[in-house]
Design a protein around this ligand. Sequence first.
Ligand code: NAD
Length: 491
Amino acid sequence: MQANSILEKRVKAIDCNHFINGEYVSSKNGKTFENINPATEEVLGKVAEGGKEEIDLAVAAAKKALNGPWKKMTTNDRIAVIRRIGDIILERKEELATLESLDTGKPYWLSSTVDIPRAAYNFHFFADYLRAVGTEAYQTDDQAINYAIRRPVGVVGMINPWNLPLLLLTWKMAPGLAAGNTVVIKPAELTPMTATLLGEICREAGVPDGVVNIVHGFGPDSAGSALTEHPDVDAISFTGETTTGKIIMSAAAKSLKKLSYELGGKNPNIIFGDSDLDEVIETTLKSSFINQGEVCLCGSRIYVERSVYDEFLEKFTAKAKELVVGDPFDPKTKVGALVGEEHYERVTKYIQIAQEEGGQILLGGKRPEGMDKGYYIEPTIIVGLTADCRVIREEIFGPVVTVVPFDTEEEVIERANDTHYGLSASIWTNDLRRAHRVAGQIEAGIVWVNTWFLRDLRTPFGGMKQSGIGREGGMHSFEFYSELTNICIKL
Ligand code: NAD
């Protein structure tokens, strides 16, 4: 299948070089790898494959830049530069959204209405927020006065996943820069294009050389591990799989780096019988299948009170069947391609495991008819699995959900919490007391009631258990990206 819209012809895929000390450079050894379009399986271009040498150069540039013009800039000037990055992202929205869809396989309407505008907003939000950031002061009777000063952590390594490439990268970068740090970014190897353009956007916005550095490459034994092991990197902000987080933690231990982790999830979506089913189904279609189910917050474990279980399943399956799977640049498309071959194999394997575990595939479970090229999987609904099944316990990160009935509130709370993940949850009920009661007992960093994915960037975002360490958003991001010194003066 060919993605063939006018947009895609106007905006050409780009080759990706590293961005180090304000310049685009190739790898010292000339190594590159191919960037594949997951919707067509065609080669989009070449990506420079960085390693220890490029990370050393990028970290050295970032370290030098810490005490350069970036440090000397007034807060007002820094705010203006950060705001300008957001402005340029919006000016180049069509181009960035096209590259994001070519890289990820996600529908263009989604990149252009969510990923790219939100990336711009990350900069606008933290530019505004910076003006309001203060510290604390305490007087100790008549003996002393204490006050804290805030300074950057230093050189921060930012390691990113492929599902929301520019959105998540900038969610780290904007507060990191606002707090005065310099950064070395390692984009996901599958989605390098928008990160590459960010280099020139930063330069145009007035970011001094060396403040933002971008090194492409892989994770293990490559740019990723070189960054986590580098002794001059003071902190690592990582978003990705829980298993990768464990590896990074042990590499970062050698120089005791500060860590911020946003990891995987296996989030419950709990539907009580008293909720408005039409509203539930409309949102549950999104929380199950938007971005091909490749969102850490997707509610892939659906629990439905038995009194409405049959009705929910019938309506939900009928609506999911209507979702158009196909070309990311076709406006009718609701579900695009999975990000790549390896991930397609992984999701397909889980569908096979579900059947081996006794699950029944109510919908989907396969490649859509007549689509031989591209990594497409139909929205998939599975029933009949028990709590110990792998498909209920492990993160699949694709358009695959399980639906399980429940009888009591106590039972569903126990089922929802029966996981080593703790990222997010949704609860659907029109009983206010129940909403508060259940929300307070779910072990997750974010609990939505009668909604999903509604975000206020001032609120804490992150996971508990093995879904993360720390919180991002508003003051929480500033706490991670800055160090406090308490100054105690004897009166
Ligand atoms: P991943 O862990 O495979 O890769 C993420 C990044 O880490 C990539 O840039 C990769 O190159 C790098 N990496 C891999 N091994 C490394 C190593 N040994 N050392 C240093 N870097 C290494 O994750 P992914 O497949 O890109 O992303 C999907 C995962 O991300 C899912 O588990 C999803 O839930 C999670 N995620 C979480 C959030 C959140 O906010 N909690 C958001 C988006 C995605």
